[in-house]
Design a protein around this ligand. Structure first.
Ligand SMILES: Nc1ncnc2c1ncn2[C@@H]1O[C@H](COP(=O)(O)OP(=O)(O)OP(=O)(O)O)[C@@H](O)[C@H]1O
Ligand SMILES: [Mg+2]
Length: 498
């Protein structure tokens, strides 16, 4: 029978968070040796389903079978014993440990006396890193690494478990095209070794390329299981969203040459990060900044905002030099940023959507006596969440318990509402589903039409080609080109950055 091929069967799973039914009678079957993707809009229940398989969440109804037998997965160790390894959507990394220690955490190499063998741990870690051809040292301290590098560490960490089942929740959201190819190579190799893989991703092309089958979750129900070879991109989107996503390209009515420059970077340099960055950004323009991992995108974004210091050079706003570049001053001057690391810099997870939405603009919600006007704040958060299509139980839900993509929408919404003149976004649509992505683009286009200068730092080339007027190409910390998107397609751009 067909079922004998199933290594995992999750049957009729029901999961509630208080009254909120997040999974409603969901069945999901994983066959031995297949790559089975889980797709669905932000908040559909994908992460919740695999957290149940991981023993991180309990479930209210249903059963889990492993090789046809009832499995009791009540805690993480139970899943480990069954040989199931996880890469979770939210990175789970110790910033003060080295790359090697993070990769082998819980699994540190020991010598024949059973003592931690540092040299061996470092060597094996470096072998893994070299295998995936990433520019990273096993001895690097993780704190200083970028999101993409941390994501690669998570994947390598899972590989050391020699698991029979590997569950990957958006493992490639921070990876650029080249790193993604490496990742696809890893998955194919594991598959050839007989590992069964659950893959969660919003990148439809990747899913179609890698999967044998695809299960679509929609609002907490199983909305269909498809053979990857027999479904098109549009059909998948319809299964996930109930409607087609709009395809839109910015019709760049070229900005007039004499449109005023709102921000200028002059010779901006920071040792080992970037060098002689010269950039004029006109009012109402949308500029993309792209480059491979390590090209300096995030570093430049952070320097402009004053989050990190730079060594030399100048930043001018409306022709006026900013003498001291700090986040407070830049914020006052109406520069806003969405950083790539939402977990540590974007929001306060324990606070509600209502509180987070007005975090940096609290004074707008105080009455004459300086007392918080709760209703005003709530209405504002309601409006913002509606505009950004945040899936939530109410604005009182803690942001930390929102699905990953919905957290990102709250952060972007808050920045939009702060009414910036210059809007910097570092990897803004990471983990965001296709429909929400087009909502975010729409908002950026509207802002640009009102004169806001938008600067998008992104490794998603398609995203840049879709919304930007021009793309700045970075290589090893230097600008090597600035091209109008009309003259570009993805492959040309790819060739230029690598
Ligand atoms: N700990 C929690 N407490 C309350 N609600 C939760 C919790 N975890 C998840 N939820 C809710 O469950 C729903 C499903 O969330 P889940 O994280 O599974 O979505 P997802 O499909 O992984 O979305 P994304 O693509 O954005 O990652 C969401 O509405 C979310 O708000
Ligand atoms: Mg998720």
């Amino acid at each position: 029978m067909d079922n004998q091929n199933n290594i995992i069967e999750m049957n009729h799973i029901v999961k509630k968070f208080s009254d909120n039914v997040v999974l409603n009678n969901v069945s999901f079957h994983l066959r031995k040796g297949e790559v089975h993707s889980l797709m669905g809009a932000n908040g559909a229940g994908k992460s919740t389903l695999i957290k149940i398989l991981n023993g991180l969440y309990n479930y209210d109804e249903g059963e889990i079978l492993y090789n046809g037998k009832q499995a009791e997965i009540n805690k993480v160790e139970d899943a480990e014993k069954l040989g199931i390894a996880f890469v979770h959507q939210e990175l789970n990394i110790c910033p003060d440990l080295s790359v090697a220690e993070n990769i082998f955490v819980g699994n540190l190499r020991k010598n024949k006396w059973g003592v931690f063998d540092k040299a061996q741990t470092i060597k094996e870690a470096q072998d893994l890193i070299d295998m995936v051809q990433v520019d990273m040292k096993a001895t690097d301290i993780v704190r200083n690494l970028r999101a993409a590098e941390k994501q690669i560490i998570e994947i390598l960490k899972a590989l050391t478990m020699d698991a029979g089942i590997l569950v990957l929740d958006e493992p490639t959201s921070s990876l650029n095209e080249k790193e993604k190819e490496i990742f696809i190579g890893i998955v194919n190799r594991l598959k050839a070794q007989g590992v069964s893989i659950i893959f969660i991703s919003h990148f439809i092309e990747d899913v179609l390329l890698l999967s044998d089958r695809i299960t679509v979750l929609k609002d907490g129900v199983n909305n269909g299981v498809f053979e990857a070879g027999q479904i098109t991109k549009d059909e998948l989107i319809t299964a996930m969203m109930g409607k087609k996503a709009e395809v839109r390209k910015r019709n760049s009515e070229k900005l007039a040459k004499d449109t005023p420059v709102v921000m200028e970077l002059k010779n901006l340099s920071s040792e080992y990060k970037f060098e002689n960055i010269d950039l004029k950004i006109q009012k109402g323009s949308i500029i993309g900044v792209c480059g491979l991992l390590g090209a300096g995108k995030t570093e430049i974004a952070r320097a402009i905002m004053g989050i990190d210091k730079f060594d030399s050079g100048e930043i001018l706003l409306d022709g006026e030099k900013i003498h001291k570049v700090t986040p407070e001053i830049m914020m006052k001057k109406q520069v806003a940023i969405v950083t790539e690391d939402r977990k540590t810099e974007g929001f306060v997870p324990m606070m509600s959507i209502r509180e987070n939405s007005s975090l940096s603009i609290m004074k707008n919600f105080a009455n004459k006596l300086g007392i918080l006007d709760f209703d005003k704040q709530k209405n504002y958060a309601d409006e913002l969440s509606r505009k950004m299509t945040v899936k939530m139980s109410s604005v009182e839900q803690e942001v930390g318990s929102l699905s990953g993509g919905n957290q990102q929408k709250v952060i972007i919404g808050r920045c939009v509402a702060s009414n910036p003149k210059v809007f910097l976004l570092d990897e803004p649509t990471r983990g965001v589903d296709v429909l929400a992505k087009s909502e975010i683009y729409k908002i950026l286009l509207e802002m640009a039409a009102k004169g806001v200068a938008v600067l998008i730092f992104s490794s998603e080339l398609e995203e840049l080609l879709e919304v930007c007027d021009e793309i700045v190409i970075l290589k090893k910390g230097k600008i090597v080109g600035r091209v109008s998107t009309e003259e570009l397609d993805k492959n040309t751009l790819m060739a230029k950055i690598s």
